[in-house]
Write a protein that binds this ligand. Structure first.
Ligand code: SF4
Length: 240
């Protein structure tokens, strides 16, 4: 599996896919991403240290993803991330976090800020339609509003391509994301091992009518394929 990549467009940064103890939520109906995990912190650190050693700081910006939330990374890996940022003059760090870790995310921002590193938190809200998010996707965000989510998150991931979604809803999600957050990452549902299947009509609607409206926006990443950032594998799919 590819775990290190460089993104050169829009928001240039290095990106690493690390491995943690596994998503504590694990209930999102569309996701099998959390399978990339191990209960052994030693093995995780061994893997993560190899991946992190590739980071050069070329853009001064590093995104760390780990098939869950950053709080599920072991302590040694967290220390190494900090060391690598300091050594390579990386001033901008991105982590993923579920809403359940919002307090830890806020504290982590303060901690890194003391070392001159700005931490941006990305959260997989998937949609701002609360009913769809909680009844169909089972995200575990409750009735959290965009304002409440923005208290800890700077960037949001949206997930499109599921049956029941439509043009109006997708546009509304993107506009809400742009209004309350610095960046929006649109993921398109890919086939995976869950019972939720990509809906070809919804994906076509997005590609034909929605994507053209936003494709040039510097604040939006659109990932038609879950390998678009250059990390991951075709077998392991899902969105965080
Ligand atoms: S989408 Fe994220 S929060 Fe949901 S089960 Fe997958 S890894 Fe966990």
């Amino acid at each position: 599996m590819e775990r290190y990549s460089i993104i050169t467009e829009k928001n240039p940064r290095e990106i690493v896919l690390l491995r943690g103890s596994g998503c504590k939520w694990k209930k999102c109906t569309f996701c099998d991403y959390h399978l990339d995990s191990s209960v052994s912190w030693e093995e995780n650190f061994r893997l993560n240290s190899k991946v992190l050693s590739k980071v050069t700081g070329t853009y001064g910006s590093l995104e760390v993803i780990n098939s869950g939330s950053f709080c599920e990374l072991d302590e040694q890996t967290m220390d190494m991330i900090e060391d690598i940022c300091l050594k390579n003059k990386i001033k901008l760090l991105h982590f993923e976090s579920h809403l359940m870790y919002r307090n830890k995310a806020i504290n982590a921002k303060k901690y890194f800020a003391e070392n001159g590193i700005t931490l941006k938190i990305k959260t997989g809200v998937e949609t701002f339609d609360v009913d769809f998010r909680e009844k169909v996707m089972k995200k575990g965000f409750g009735k959290a509003t965009p304002e409440q989510i923005a208290e800890y998150a700077d960037e949001v991931c949206l997930l499109f391509g599921l049956s029941g979604q439509n043009e109006e809803g997708m546009i509304n999600d993107i506009e809400t994301g742009l209004k309350y957050f610095e960046r929006v990452c649109v993921n398109i549902m890919n086939e995976n091992s869950t019972d939720i299947k990509p809906d070809a009509d919804v994906i076509k609607c997005f590609a034909d009518k929605v994507a053209p409206l936003y494709i040039d926006s510097s604040r939006i990443d659109i990932l038609m394929d879950n390998l678009s950032f250059g990390v991951g594998t075709k077998v392991q799919e899902g969105i965080k």
